[in-house]
Ligand binder design. Structure first.
Ligand SMILES: Cc1ncc(COP(=O)(O)O)c(C=O)c1O
Length: 393
């Protein structure tokens, strides 16, 4: 039966990291895959996570299943962290296997609720959005988002498109903060405008929040999502704890769906539970139990926030240094864009050939699209990195 299968191409993001790992050059700089790294190139277990894991190991009395929608202490603590002090009774939640699992659960719920709805993703977007969401059997479309010349959000094009093209009931994927792959985020005023457009046109916001706390700060990064949570009758949120809690392999995420009434939220939750049951039956527990313990223990919560701030500040320091390096060598616009962009990613205006040259001749690993993960560098790399980047222009 399986002899009919032909080999699938390797994931383009993951294969860059595989190539970097295999490169024997000692001065290589791996800016490929989207994981946080410290100055030593290590992806640490966060202090509060380690402490919560020790505490939880002592507290845990059973390994029996939790439920199809997961741990309620986690669902409500994480949603409250995201949305702040607001009434959550109209939100249906379910714990998921990472942000990816959340995105897929939401797509399956959309499919059940509205057969003809299409999902629009920004151009460009995270490479897995279209396959992951589209696999629910939904037609995937694109909207304009980034201007590769201006190295910034093309808000005029985005506004014009959203005002004209999607039909009422279509779903718009918005990156909550730290847009992947460009690092170019909407300003607060632009979020306000998007909110008005969605309301006026009956479009449904689906916010992907995978980098909360890694842009400007925990509160600041939630401006857009909180705005929509107030203004929109219905919306979806897919949150990931992979980056901001460093729980990548523990697969910790959350889907939250705002419905028109609290009763409808209960119905939506029953569907999320059923979808989960049919996909993987129950979500993984460990990461969610750790996050719930951290968020509900004041000292651990404070230490988690402190370390998250350290991570963000390290990345912002690298951004500033690289921006300066490019700026003083005559590439002010690229430098300014790097300084302006948020989170782990920026998109260098390089061609795939220039990206290959950076990899082959300078052992600087980035995606062919030009996406770099700034956290892949150390301060000591910055001078070499900026020179290498400029040498391919
Ligand atoms: C924009 C975006 N959404 C979702 C995810 C999925 O994260 P997770 O590893 O939690 O599934 C990622 C991961 O890179 C991402 O960049």
């Amino acid at each position: 039966m399986f002899d009919v299968l032909s080999p699938m191409p390797a994931d383009p993001i993951l294969s860059i990291s595989v190539a970097a790992a295999a490169d024997p050059r000692t001065d290589k700089i791996d800016l490929g895959v989207g994981i946080y790294k410290d100055e030593a190139g290590h992806t640490p277990v966060m202090r509060a996570v380690k402490a919560a894991e020790f505490a939880y190991a002592g507290l845990e009395e059973t390994k029996k299943y939790v439920s199809t929608t997961g741990l309620e202490a986690y669902n409500s603590a994480l949603l409250s962290l995201i949305l702040g002090d607001m009434d959550l009774s109209r939100f249906a939640t379910a714990q998921s296997a990472g942000g990816s699992g959340a995105l897929r659960l939401g797509a399956e719920l959309i499919k059940r609720s509205s057969e003809g709805a299409q999902i629009y993703v920004p151009t460009p977007t995270w490479g897995n959005h279209t396959p992951l969401l589209g696999s629910a059997g939904i037609e995937m479309k694109k909207y304009p988002y980034y201007d590769r010349e201006a190295l910034d959000v093309d808000f005029d094009a985005m506004r014009a498109f959203l005002n004209a093209t999607p039909k009422a009931g279509d779903v718009i994927i918005l990156h909550g903060c730290c847009h992947n792959p460009t690092g170019a985020d909407l300003s607060n005023a632009q979020w306000d405008e998007v909110s008005d457009i969605l309301t006026a046109r009956g479009l449904i916001a689906y916010v992907d929040l995978a980098y909360m706390g890694l842009g400007d700060g925990l509160e600041e990064d939630c401006y857009g999502i909180r705005k929509l949570a107030v203004t929109q009758e219905e919306m979806l949120i897919a949150a990931s704890c992979s980056k901001n809690f460093g729980l990548y392999r523990d697969r910790t995420g959350l889907i939250a769906v705002k419905t028109k009434t609290a009763d409808q939220a209960k119905v939506a939750k029953s569907h999320l539970g059923l979808i989960m049951r049919r996909m993987i039956s129950m979500p993984p527990n460990h990461g969610a139990a750790v996050v719930a313990h951290i968020l509900n223990t004041p000292e651990l919560r404070a230490d988690w926030i402190a370390e998250l701030n350290e991570m963000r500040e390290r990345m912002n320091g690298l951004r500033r240094s690289l921006a300066y390096g490019l700026d003083v060598q005559g590439h002010e616009e690229m430098g300014a864009a790097l300084a302006r962009q948020k989170g782990m990613f920026s998109m260098l205006p390089v061609t795939p050939e220039q990206a290959a040259k950076l990899r082959d001749e300078h052992s600087v690993y980035l995606l062919n699209s030009g996406r770099i993960n700034i956290a892949g560098a150390a301060q000591d790399d910055i001078e070499r990195l900026s020179k290498a980047i400029l040498s391919v222009f």
